[in-house]
Design a binder for this molecule. Structure first.
Ligand code: BDR
Ligand code: CA
Length: 311
């Protein structure tokens, strides 16, 4: 059995990712929460509420409430006030853990040494903090799956920066420089595979509890994606990353690349620079990540439909 920590800034796609892991029999040993999409306390509540919906009392560890150095902003305009639209959910039965997420990462990396996988679908502050406290986690964590950045500098929060990296580029730099075994799923790849109108209507007509939850959670995000971001439908940044972590064959093209993070103070702060040429460039740095370039949309949607048929 595979053991995962899922690190969330809990909006709709983070929740779907958590469900995907559980539906696919992954042992989720911890849900860690980090600053990002919406106010922190609501992110924690969303995670607990999401687990209540499926009756799985998995430990939720609140972590960093802000980036390492600079300020950031939440994006309720993208995900709604509550991250799943404007509804503010309240968990009724489950409670968060007292231990900080970064300390939990260190302990779980020791407990599942060599086996633990870390799914980062959010800013990288919790992981960077854990690494700063205990460098040995680099050797103990088997894989780090990251949704973030972009290959060709196409941003969603600034013209060139993707949100997860932009929130805490200092943490991202620490993580990318540390030597983790990273697979990166970039934003400009993700947006090539939006959920179309046809797929949206198909999901609407499924009328399972999960499909109704899906429609409820994604309606706000879908409107924002198509009206403001001009994406033809809505994308699944976190859920595609998760599906690839579950079944690597969903990534049909991957390249080992050197990825640099711009954490300088200028207008390109938060940008990822992916060395697109094979190793031997001016930078001549070794690849530090496997970058996903293409995915099998059909296989991905099969995973989504399978999940929405769960109950
Ligand atoms: C990423 O930022 C968040 O808004 C989403 O949850 C996703 O992780 C996309 O840039
Ligand atoms: Ca996220």
């Amino acid at each position: 059995m595979r053991h995962f920590i899922i690190d969330c800034d809990t909006a709709e796609d983070d929740i779907l990712s958590l469900y995907l892991l559980l539906k696919n029999n992954i042992d989720v040993v911890g849900v860690t929460i980090v600053e990002g999409n919406i106010p922190f306390e609501q992110e924690v509540k969303n995670a607990l509420w999401a687990l209540e919906q499926i009756n799985r009392d998995i430990p939720v560890y609140p972590g960093s409430k802000r980036p390492l150095i600079k300020n950031f902003m939440t994006v309720e305009k993208v995900h709604g006030k509550g991250g799943i639209g404007d509804i503010l959910v309240e968990p009724k039965r489950f409670n968060a853990q007292g231990k900080h997420a970064s300390l939990a990462i260190i302990d779980l990396a020791e407990k599942y040494k060599g086996e633990l996988e870390f799914l980062a679908i959010s800013p990288l502050t919790n992981l960077a903090l854990a690494y700063l406290l205990d460098n040995s986690i680099v050797r103990k964590i088997k894989r780090v799956w990251i949704m973030g950045g972009s290959i060709f500098s196409i941003g969603n929060i600034t013209p060139v920066a993707e949100f997860n990296i932009w929130v805490d580029p200092d943490a991202a730099k620490i993580v990318f420089d540390a030597g983790f075994n990273i697979t990166l799923v970039p934003w400009d790849v993700i947006i090539n595979y939006p959920v179309t109108d046809e797929e949206w209507n198909l999901i609407k007509n499924m009328r399972t509890k999960m499909s109704e939850l899906y429609i409820m959670m994604y309606s706000h995000y879908r409107q924002y994606s198509s009206n403001i971001q001009k994406i033809n439908g809505h994308p699944h940044p976190d859920a595609i990353t998760t599906a690839i972590a579950i079944d690597e064959r969903i990534a049909t093209r991957k390249e080992k690349r050197f990825v640099a993070i711009d954490n300088t103070d200028g207008i390109t702060r938060g940008m990822t620079l992916v060395d697109r040429f094979d190793a031997d460039t001016r930078w001549s740095d070794k690849p530090n990540a496997e970058v996903v370039y293409e995915i099998d949309k059909k296989k991905f949607m099969e995973k989504i439909i399978d999940l929405l048929n769960w109950f």
